[in-house]
Design a protein around this ligand. Sequence first.
Ligand SMILES: CC(C)(COP(=O)(O)OP(=O)(O)OC[C@H]1O[C@@H](n2cnc3c(N)ncnc32)[C@H](O)[C@@H]1OP(=O)(O)O)[C@@H](O)C(=O)NCCC(=O)NCCS
Length: 83
Amino acid sequence: MYVLPNFRGQGIARALLQSAIDWCRLQGCSAVAVTVARKGEVRYGLSQFYARFGFRQTDRISLVLRFDGAVMNRAQLAIASSQ
Ligand SMILES: CC(C)(COP(=O)(O)OP(=O)(O)OC[C@H]1O[C@@H](n2cnc3c(N)ncnc32)[C@H](O)[C@@H]1OP(=O)(O)O)[C@@H](O)C(=O)NCCC(=O)NCCS
């Protein structure tokens, strides 16, 4: 998720994320997972943002095979739908 700088602090990310979580819960999902880029963690403390919604860091290591050569290095956060 990315909110343009000029529009931050107005509750846009909260509305988007809460809608997505609510939708997943309605679909019967058991959990919602997000990935956070290391850069996003260093620059914005994104895991703290997601923690506000109940996301907690897991001990899973996310491995991705990319065919386009891009490098990914992400920590995975998950929320239990029962929260
Ligand atoms: C993090 C981000 C999504 C927040 O968007 P936003 O629309 O400004 O957030 P909101 O206004 O909806 O804030 C919702 C709540 O989260 C809090 N919050 C916002 N940014 C936060 C952060 N970086 N860390 C912790 N809490 C944060 C707000 O204070 C607010 O709390 P409140 O509801 O108790 O008042 C936005 O700063 C962003 O897009 N940053 C760049 C992210 C990025 O690089 N994404 C690429 C990923 S690959």
